[in-house]
Design a protein around this ligand. Structure first.
Ligand SMILES: NC(=O)c1ccc[n+]([C@@H]2O[C@H](COP(=O)([O-])OP(=O)(O)OC[C@H]3O[C@@H](n4cnc5c(N)ncnc54)[C@H](O)[C@@H]3O)[C@@H](O)[C@H]2O)c1
Length: 327
């Protein structure tokens, strides 16, 4: 374990990033945490209360330094590296959603990929960084050929989002090998929990149920996803970032179970009685996914996700109600 560290969390003001900050501040109180974030959001500005969401994400969380900056501008990232001298950098900055990345393709490539290359260049020129952690996605696998998909599953993305993430992985490894930069790559999937804001199926279902609106299932919700509770995922990120065993490795960090999208909706409906569920034809092209194999993370990092989707959905709904958050 890298004992006491100074973390720079790029994109740390976002959904997963805020839970990583919470995990560090709660369980590794001696570590320092700096967030570098441009505070952007690709949601509908008329229905989405981004600023309230930020307050919810960082409620009761003290001792974090926030630096406003955009990863696409190299001098801004160089400045923060020179001024703060972090040991470990976790990069989460992206258009984090496949639908939005496929709609705003140039922005997705600019942020998800070129932003990350900027960071690699900055690390190379400033030096002194112990490890860079790149946040990839299960979208790199494309359509699963088998499940649970382990990290050796073929990578054949079928969209711009998955392509931007796979390109980021390749360049992370290439910079790492060529310039001696230690790296870790994390592939999360279908992360859910209070504080999300990106119209992912989990969020749409929960919000529709709480607003008394119908949940619509594309193609009957037959597809499977590895729904992963956000605090479990955050623990996995921190273990991977700190552990010597995480060096120069790729990890699936998920719940490790493939559950049908219909099941997720049905559990939500159990928690919010009177919720109506209807089927509609498939409208989007999405990779056919399912469970990811998390044995490598369990074995090398001691990763052990605790929260089943039954419990996670309860916690998600409770968190939204407590914060009166419907976004
Ligand atoms: N949420 C999921 O289900 C999921 C699944 C797999 C992978 N991921 C990946 O995890 C990461 C985090 O996802 P999230 O759901 O927390 O998203 P999020 O949008 O909540 O967080 C991303 C953060 O990055 C910041 N950001 C965006 N562009 C930036 C830039 N140019 N410079 C600096 N900061 C910038 C945003 O302001 C935001 O705070 C993303 O890379 C995403 O692709 C997420």
């Amino acid at each position: 374990m890298i004992n006491v560290s100074k973390f720079l969390i790029v994109g740390g003001a976002g959904f997963i990033g805020s839970y990583i900050c919470r995990e560090l501040k709660t369980n590794y109180p001696k570590d320092e945490v700096i967030v570098f974030d441009s505070f952007v959001n690709y949601m509908d500005h008329f229905t989405n209360d981004y600023h309230s969401l930020l307050k919810i994400r960082f409620k009761d969380l003290e001792g974090i330094k926030f630096v406003r900056g955009d990863l696409r501008y190299r001098m801004q990232i160089i400045d923060v590296l020179k001024n703060e001298k972090p040991d470990i950098i976790i990069n989460l900055a992206a258009i984090p959603d496949a639908r939005k990345s496929n709609k705003f393709c140039e922005d997705a490539i600019d942020i998800n990929l070129l932003g990350h290359v900027n960071l690699l260049e900055a690390i190379k020129s400033v030096g002194g960084i112990k490890r860079i952690v790149f946040t990839s996605s299960s979208f790199v696998y494309g359509n699963f050929e088998y499940a649970p998909a382990d990290e050796k599953h073929p990578v054949e993305p079928i969209d711009v989002y998955g392509g931007s993430k796979l390109s980021g992985e390749i360049l992370t490894k290439a910079y790492g090998r060529r310039f001696g930069i230690e790296w870790t790559i994390i592939r999360p999937s279908a992360v859910y929990g209070p504080g999300d804001s990106y119209d992912r199926v989990s969020q749409i279902f929960v919000n529709n149920a709480l607003k008394g609106e119908t949940i619509f299932l594309d193609n009957g919700g037959a597809g499977r996803l590895d729904f992963s509770y956000v605090s479990d995922v955050a623990k996995g990120f921190v273990l991977a970032a700190k552990s010597p065993n995480g060096a120069n490795q790729i990890f699936n960090i998920t719940r490790g179970e493939g559950r049908q999208i219909r099941e997720f909706a049905e559990i939500v409906a159990k928690e919010v009685p009177k919720t109506k569920i209807q089927t509609k034809p498939q409208t989007e092209i999405r990779p056919e996914r399912g469970a990811l194999n998390i044995e490598k993370a369990k074995k090398l990092l001691g990763y052990n996700p605790q929260i089943s989707i039954e419990v996670g959905i309860k916690k998600y709904i409770q968190g939204i109600k407590e914060n009166r958050q419907i976004v």
